[in-house]
Design a protein around this ligand. Structure first.
Ligand code: FE2
Length: 116
């Protein structure tokens, strides 16, 4: 499950995930698989551990034109996706399930991730 593929519709923002390669379409468009880059300074993912949870915060704009549209926590046990919307605070709690990958998706700059 750790290798998860993400497809994001540029029209409506729909998120499709798959555990294998596939061909998916939304709003009449065949969706390209999102390439993932490692975290850079523009996307500082802040991770804190609070009790049995991870608290994820991100230093990133949340305007209507430029925002983080989802954050996902993927481990061998499964995947959890939290959808975000403009003007919302980025403060997300995930129950800890061990090592995995934390993904974020910016509507302008695409996908990024960090290993946790
Ligand atoms: Fe961005």
């Amino acid at each position: 499950m750790k290798k998860m593929h993400f497809y994001v519709c540029p029209v409506c923002g729909n998120i499709i995930t798959s555990v294998g390669q596939g061909s998916f379409s939304c709003c009449g468009i065949t969706l390209p698989e999102q390439e993932c880059e490692n975290c850079d300074e523009d996307y500082m993912i802040n991770l804190e551990t609070v009790d049995q949870e991870y608290l994820v915060t991100l230093n990133h704009p949340m305007t209507k034109r430029h925002y983080i549209s989802f954050v996902a926590y993927v481990t061998s046990a499964g995947a959890e996706i939290v959808k975000l919307y403009p003007e919302q605070d980025i403060s997300i709690r995930f129950r800890k399930k061990g090592h995995g990958l934390l993904y974020g998706y910016c509507n302008r700059h695409g996908m990024f991730r960090m290993v946790i």
